[in-house]
Design a protein around this ligand. Structure first.
Ligand code: RIB
Length: 351
């Protein structure tokens, strides 16, 4: 038979209400009594009924993390930060992969709301209709997004400074003398990626001698990076540098370059975004834009916990975390000879 709160009360010599307050750090219990009750509860292996308690407090101490795909190591790192923050806040974290499919996303949200989670961290609502987004904003449970394209700024947001990250990538490639530059990225509605694209293009265009990059859009995963690079090399064989929308796309670009017998960085320079762990492990180690993934997950859950604790103060909060360029070995300086830049295999590129 499961041990009940009555058993703990009887063994401790106090009433049920005192046991409840002692175990939940409530008021009016002196330290000696609290320690005795905690010791008895531990000895009897008493497990409080959180479901019953949730009916009284209105909180389940469960949070949800709705991501597009945990297989992108960016999200694994972020999820770790989120889980550590949830645990510190005495909450469990439920993981859902939405594949950014609007139906799947809404089904998960509905199910999570029925389970009465205290808050939801989602990486994007961009694929949802305006009506679905409005329904979400009015659902009564705090929601934090990992991008900025939230309708009416109704949701809290945590993101990296993606626009600055794109600008850093552009400045770096310009500084190395690249002029035939491509950017491979995901769909326009993906807020983070579009911010990177904006920063990248505007920096290239505001250079002393403006550059118009080739922009190709597709799947923002390994196979997307691979397919887009093959398309790029077919259509623009004179390209000397690629800025990939994220690191896994950059890995796909490496695969495609190898398949075409091209060397990185000798024949093609490559820069990614995220700075996932594997970026430093691949050959050559990938130059990339670091975003603080763990800290983003942690910060987002901190906001959710604050909103979940104080239901009367539902003011959305927006945090933007800094990015930095991590220089490794996947980009090379083009040498300029008589105003013509040539790479190591002597494919000319205008300087
Ligand atoms: O969702 C895809 C991308 O957006 C990730 O790789 C990361 O860059 C995030 O910001």
């Amino acid at each position: 038979m499961a041990v009940t709160i009555k058993d703990v009360a009887r063994e401790s010599g106090v009433n049920i209400s005192t046991v409840s307050r002692a175990l939940n750090h409530g008021y009016g219990v002196n330290e000696q009594t609290r320690e005795r009750v905690v010791a008895v509860a531990a000895r009897l292996d008493y497990r409080p009924n959180r479901v019953a308690r949730g009916l009284v407090t209105g909180r389940t101490h469960s949070l949800a993390l709705v991501l597009s795909d945990i297989r992108n190591p960016f999200f694994a790192e972020l999820a770790r930060g989120a889980e550590d923050a949830a645990r510190a806040g005495n909450c469990d974290l439920v993981l859902c992969n939405s594949d950014l499919d609007p139906d799947k996303q809404m089904q998960y949200v509905r199910s999570l709301l029925e389970k009465r989670v205290d808050g939801i961290l989602m990486n994007s609502v961009a694929v949802l209709s305006r009506e679905q987004q409005a329904r979400l904003a009015a659902c009564g449970v705090p929601i934090v997004l990992l991008n900025r394209s939230a309708l009416n700024r109704a949701f809290s947001t945590v993101c990296a400074d993606n626009e600055t990250g794109g600008a850093l990538a552009a400045k770096y490639l310009l500084g190395l003398g690249h002029r035939k530059i491509a950017h491979l990225t995901g769909p326009r509605e993906h807020g983070n990626l579009s911010d990177r694209t904006r920063g990248f293009i505007s920096t290239l265009q505001s250079a002393k001698d403006p550059v118009q990059p080739i922009v190709l859009r597709g799947k923002f995963n390994f196979s997307g990076g691979c397919e887009l690079t093959k398309q790029l090399l077919d259509e623009h064989p004179d390209v000397t540098a690629i800025f990939a929308g994220n690191d896994v796309m950059a890995f796909g670009a490496v695969r495609a370059a190898l398949d075409r017998g091209l060397r990185i960085p000798e024949d093609l320079s490559l820069i990614g975004f995220d700075n996932i762990e594997f970026a430093s492990v691949i050959h050559p180690p990938l130059t990339t834009i670091h975003q603080p993934m763990y800290e983003m997950g942690h910060a987002a859950i901190e906001i959710l916990l604050r909103l979940a604790r104080d239901k009367n103060k539902q003011v959305p909060e927006h945090r933007t975390l800094g990015v930095e360029l991590i220089e490794r070995q996947s980009c090379r300086q083009l040498s300029c000879i008589n105003s013509i830049a040539v790479n190591s295999c002597n494919r000319p590129a205008s300087c």
